[in-house]
Ligand binder design. Sequence first.
Ligand code: URA
Length: 255
Amino acid sequence: MKQFEYLKILKMSKRTLEEYLNWGESEIPKVASDKELMTKKQSVIKKDIQEKFSKNILGYKEKLEVLKKKIDSCVDCPLGKSRLNAVIGVGCPNADLMFVGEGPGFDEDHKGEPFVGKAGQLLTKIIEAMGFTRETVYIANIVKCHPMIDPTNPEKRSNDRPPTPIEIETCRHYLDEQIKIIKPKIIVTLGTSSTKGLLYTEESISEIRGVVKEYNGIKLMPTYHPAALLRNPSLKKSVWSDMKKVMHYLSTDKI
Ligand code: URA
């Protein structure tokens, strides 16, 4: 290897270590590769997909596409009338790990993809630090349309608000359908709206985070929303500790 190639690798390792120091680690942890994390369930499902394709039965991807069409035309609540794009979800249709956020913001409404703004970039870093990519997990929101303070102005920035309990209740069956298709091994709820929306809890996110719960028989880990980490970087350590529990569960089946 040429000297400049060694230097490049050293620089990249230094940057990775600095990134992990931000998350409260003193060294670069060994993260399992996607291949190592591909569990028995996933390999069985992969075979299953191939069989379904050959028999022309609807697979995971196709089922999500049918659901997408339903959501694209949904106007069951007022958010459906003011949104630019319904934001259904992104990632692997049979992922073991699913993230659920609050709802699309300005950037997501414009692009039609969840978590693409500043908070989304931080979520992508978290996913990558766990040894995954956006393509190998599934990312969705508890509501599929942009909740706006002023719904007449989708072109205005800083016009985001959390979804109301009624909006969450009206929309939640779409998330339930997604979960039924994807069948993740564990769901990570990001922040108050998705945690309270799925668990019907009165506990605050700071009380409940890091404690594994269940949602319809699926493990659920509540943690802080990446937007909260942007406002308060000292919360990063807690999120990383929660994600380490998730990684441990995915690789050992033990909580
Ligand atoms: N915040 C969320 O909760 N979801 C998104 O998709 C973007 C920001």
